[in-house]
Write a protein that binds this ligand. Structure first.
Ligand code: FAD
Ligand code: SF4
Ligand code: SF4
Length: 386
C-alpha cells in the first residue's frame, strides 16, 4: 500500500503506521486521534483501568512497580544506558519472542526512522537510540502474515501502542509483549530541522539529544563534544508551531497501555525510570533485571507554581535572553522539582498546553478526546483564554 494515501485522522495523524497496513480497515476504532478509549484499552492490557483517586496512578497509569535503574554495563550508542535494546536482544536470545518491532535509521539520514521486524540481536541493536521524529512503526504489521512470527515484542511510543492494542486480537499472534517509552513533543523531519537550527550551535553535527531532568537540553555532536541549552532559553515564538499537531493533542505521555515502560522522566538525573504495569511487563523485566543497578523512586520540590507560570509565559510566547535563561536554569535545577515531582511537572505542563491547543484548534473534539485522567489534572490550573 502506498504510504500516506489514507489518513482519516487528517491533521492530527501521528503517522503511527496502522494506515500503511491492511489493518487500516480498523482505523475508525483503533486510531488514537479518532477514538479516545484509554479506559477500555487499559482494562484490556492490564485487567483494570487506572485509579483516578490514587495520585501515582492518576499521573503514571496502572502500575505494579516503579523504580529507577541503569544498566551496569551501558550500551554504547544507546539513548540512555540501553535498557530497551538490551531487553529486545534478551527476548530473542532467550526465545521469548520470534521478532522485535523496533526502529532503525534510514541509511541516508540518521534522524529518519525505518521500522523493522528484527529477527536477530544485531538487528535490534541497530535500532538503538531515539529517532526523534514521527515513526510509522505499525506499517511493518503488513509483513506479519506468512512470516511465521507468532510471538512479538513491540517497542514503541504511546500513540502506536494504543492503535496496536486496539487491533491486537486480529493480528494472528499467540503472544504480544509491549515495551513502551514515554513520549512528548514529537516532530516531523522538517520540524526537527527547525528545532535544531533554532537551538543548537551546530545543527548539522547533532547525533543525539535529550530534554533532561536538569532542565537542559543535552546535544551530542559527531566529534564527541556535548552542548547543553537551558529549557528556559528556547526560542518559544519560533518553536510554538514546530511540534506535530498529533503531539499537541496527545495525552499519552506515559504510554498507558504498554506492559512495561522505560523512560527517564521520573528518575534522578542520569537514571532511567521503569514502570511495570502488569505481569507481562514483569516477565519482560525478568530478562534484564539481574543486569541492572537499581534504586527506589524519589520525589522532591513543588511544581504547581512553576507550572502555572510556565502556562502564562508559553501563551505569551515569551523568550528570555540567554543570560537570564542560564540564571533561571541554575536556580530551578537547585530548588526545582526532582524525581517523580519533575515527571508531574512535565505532565502538568504538557497536558495544560495540549488542552489549550485542542480547545483553540479543535473545540469540537475536546470533550471526547480529553481522557478523564487528563481532565482531572488540567482542572488544577488556570488555562489561558480560548
Ligand atoms: P535504546 O536502547 O537506545 O533504544 C531506543 C529504542 O527506541 C529502540 O528500540 C528504537 O526502536 C526505539 N525508537 C527510536 N525512535 C523511535 C520513534 N521515533 N518511535 C518509536 N520508537 C522509537 N522518555 C521520557 O522519560 N520522557 C520523554 O519525554 C521522552 N520522549 C521520548 C520521545 C521519543 C520520540 C522517543 C523515541 C523516546 C522518548 N523517551 C522519553 C524515552 C527515552 O528517550 C529513551 O528512549 C528511553 O529511556 C530508552 O532509553 P534506552 O537507552 O534504554 O533506549
Ligand atoms: Fe492512521 Fe495512525 Fe494516522 Fe490514525 S495516527 S490516521 S491510525 S496512521
Ligand atoms: Fe505519538 Fe504522543 Fe509521541 Fe506524538 S507525543 S509521537 S502523538 S505518543
Amino acid at each position: 500500500m502506498a504510504r500516506g494515501t489514507v489518513r482519516p485522522a487528517k491533521e492530527l495523524c501521528s503517522d503511527c503506521g496502522l494506515c500503511d497496513s491492511r489493518w487500516v480497515a480498523y482505523v475508525r476504532q483503533a486510531c488514537a486521534f479518532i477514538h479516545q478509549q484509554f479506559e477500555s484499552l487499559e482494562r484490556k492490557a492490564h485487567g483494570r483501568s487506572r485509579d483516578l483517586d490514587n495520585e501515582d496512578e492518576l499521573y503514571f497509569g496502572v502500575s505494579e512497580r516503579m523504580f529507577c535503574a541503569q544498566l551496569q554495563q551501558p550500551l554504547e550508542g544507546a539513548q540512555w544506558t540501553g535498557i530497551v535494546s538490551t531487553l529486545g536482544v534478551r527476548a530473542l536470545e532467550q526465545n521469548l519472542v520470534d521478532a522485535v518491532l523496533c526502529v532503525q535509521q534510514s541509511p541516508e539520514d540518521r534522524f529518519t526512522p525505518m521500522p523493522v521486524l528484527a529477527r536477530t540481536p544485531a538487528e535490534v541493536l541497530a535500532a538503538r537510540v531515539n529517532k526523534p521524529t514521527l515513526s510509522n512503526n505499525l506499517s511493518v504489521l503488513e509483513q506479519l502474515p506468512g512470516s511465521g512470527i507468532k510471538r512479538l515484542l513491540a517497542i514503541g511510543v504511546g500513540c502506536q501502542t494504543q492503535a496496536l492494542r486496539a487491533v491486537q486480537d486480529s493480528l494472528g499472534l499467540e503472544e504480544l509483549y509491549v515495551l513502551g517509552m514515554p513520549c512528548v513533543d514529537n516532530v516531523s523531519r522538517e520540524g526537527l530541522q527547525t528545532f535544531l537550527e533554532s537551538t543548537s550551535r551546530s545543527p548539522e553535527t547533532v547525533v543525539h539529544y535529550e530534554f533532561m531532568q536538569d532542565f537542559r537540553i543535552h546535544f551530542r555532536h559527531s566529534d564527541g563534544s556535548t552542548e547543553t541549552v537551558p529549557f528556559f532559553g528556547l526560542d518559544t515564538p519560533k518553536l510554538k508551531d514546530v511540534f506535530a499537531p498529533s503531539c499537541l493533542s496527545c495525552f499519552d505521555y506515559v504510554n498507558a497501555c504498554a506492559d512495561l515502560v522505560v523512560g527517564y522522566m521520573g528518575a534522578p538525573f542520569q537514571w532511567q525510570w521503569l514502570v511495570v504495569r502488569n505481569q507481562r511487563g514483569q516477565k519482560l523485566l525478568d530478562l534484564v533485571e539481574s543486569e541492572l543497578n537499581t534504586q527506589p523512586v524519589m520525589s522532591s520540590g513543588q511544581r504547581a507554581q512553576a507550572v502555572q507560570q510556565g502556562i502564562d509565559a508559553y501563551d505569551k510566547a515569551l523568550r528570555l535572553p540567554r543570560w537570564l535563561a542560564e540564571v533561571v536554569g541554575v536556580v530551578v535545577q537547585r530548588v526545582g522539582p526532582k524525581g517523580l515531582e519533575y515527571a508531574r511537572f512535565s505532565i502538568d505542563s504538557h497536558f495544560t498546553r495540549n488542552a489549550t491547543w485542542l480547545r483553540r484548534h479543535h473545540p469540537e473534539k475536546l470533550a471526547q478526546h480529553l481522557p478523564a485522567f487528563a481532565q482531572k489534572i488540567v482542572s488544577r490550573y488556570r488555562l489561558p483564554q480560548p
